[in-house]
Design a protein around this ligand. Structure first.
Ligand code: XMP
Length: 327
């Protein structure tokens, strides 16, 4: 159904039974909408596009073509998990595009935050459109639009990330199977569709990915330091019962170096900043205070395991005045 709206009297999906009923109804609707045609989906591995993929695989199987564009700015293990879950386990028709070099070459030497974001967004559309053109007989484009996206775009808060951006000649009918759901409902539906909990309950992650956590001009070595330190932070949060409890947590590796000492020798390396925050609406954000033991342990591991880091800092700044991300 195009431009579908959430019925005023729709019961909030809070239980497995309600999620199952929604899934059953949607699958019938998707089959009716799509028939024997093909549907294209940009599968980022984020919650919304993953749930849309799982729903469509159930409804139309091989008529769905998922395209996963790895822009080289994903977190450690993310592209691998997308391939494992969707290609190996769910047997999806998945096109994996490793566009890392293409993105990083375009970004080389670019330090302005907005220019970086524009390059990442523009390149993404380009790579996705190129893949779409290689495919025959696609009539539909699936999107992970959710109900807050519609409400926010209607209120003029943010432009809704719809098909806008694809070249003019590429016209698809939209398929939006979670359009009338709130985020918490999308997560329950995703779980009932068999997606792993760490995929449906994951923390928010920006579209430009680690690119905004590698401030200034991105270099491959500093990007690797962001990716490795982020992986350590996520592992430690999971071990210490903080996963799913703290809203968002990540590391940033800024573009300056300071003096240190290791094994009696001078080092000149980057600092790694840890950010951990809580919020309900993301307009105002408070800082999650970690225990001294955990901070000490994180400092030790990051210094020991991440090449190029000789100092670990903790960001105590709420929003406002600081935004969540650094760029
Ligand atoms: P800021 O930095 O604006 O972040 O305080 C608020 C929330 O939005 C996420 N964020 C983004 N999400 N595309 C996204 O999908 C983006 O370009 C983007 N920038 C920031 C950020 O991670 C935080 O949760």
């Amino acid at each position: 159904m195009v431009n579908e709206r959430r019925p005023d009297d729709m019961v909030r999906i809070t239980t497995p039974e309600l999620a199952d009923a929604y899934i059953e109804e949607r699958i019938a609707a998707l089959k009716a909408q799509v028939g024997d045609k093909k549907v294209l989906l940009a599968l980022s591995g984020g919650v919304d596009s993953s749930v849309v993929a799982a729903m469509l695989i159930k409804a139309i199987g091989q008529q769905l073509v998922c395209v996963h564009v790895n822009h080289g700015l994903l977190r450690k293990g993310e592209p691998e998990q997308v391939i494992e879950v969707f290609q190996n386990q769910m047997k999806a028709n998945l096109v994996y595009v490793d566009a890392t070099d293409c993105f990083l070459d375009k970004l080389a030497g670019v330090s302005d935050p907005e220019t970086k974001r524009k390059i990442i967004g523009g390149e993404f559309i380009k790579v996705f459109a190129e893949e779409a053109r290689k495919l025959d007989g696609i009539e539909f484009l699936a999107q992970g639009t959710i109900w807050p996206d519609i409400l926010e775009s209607e209120a003029g808060i943010k432009a809704h990330h719809n098909a806008g951006g694809l070249p003019e000649d590429m016209k698809f009918e939209l398929v939006e199977p979670v359009r009338i759901l709130f985020k918490d409902e999308v997560r329950i539906v995703g779980e009932r569709l068999g997606l792993p909990a760490n995929m449906v309950y994951r923390q928010p992650f920006p579209g430009p990915g680690l690119g905004v956590r590698c401030p200034g001009a991105i270099t491959r070595d500093r990007l690797e330091a962001v990716r490795e330190s982020d992986a350590i932070l996520r592992e430690e949060f999971a071990k210490n019962g903080l996963e799913g409890k703290v809203w968002q947590y990540f590391t940033v590796v800024p573009d300056f170096k300071s003096t240190g000492v290791k094994d009696g020798k001078r080092t000149f390396d980057w600092p790694c900043i840890i950010r951990a925050i809580n919020t309900t609406d993301v307009m105002e954000v408070t800082v999650e205070h970690l225990s001294d033991e955990l901070i000490d342990h994180l400092v030790n591991r990051i210094i020991k395991e991440v090449p190029g880091i000789n100092r670990v800092l903790f960001d105590y700044t709420p929003k406002p005045p600081a935004t969540v991300e650094y760029e």
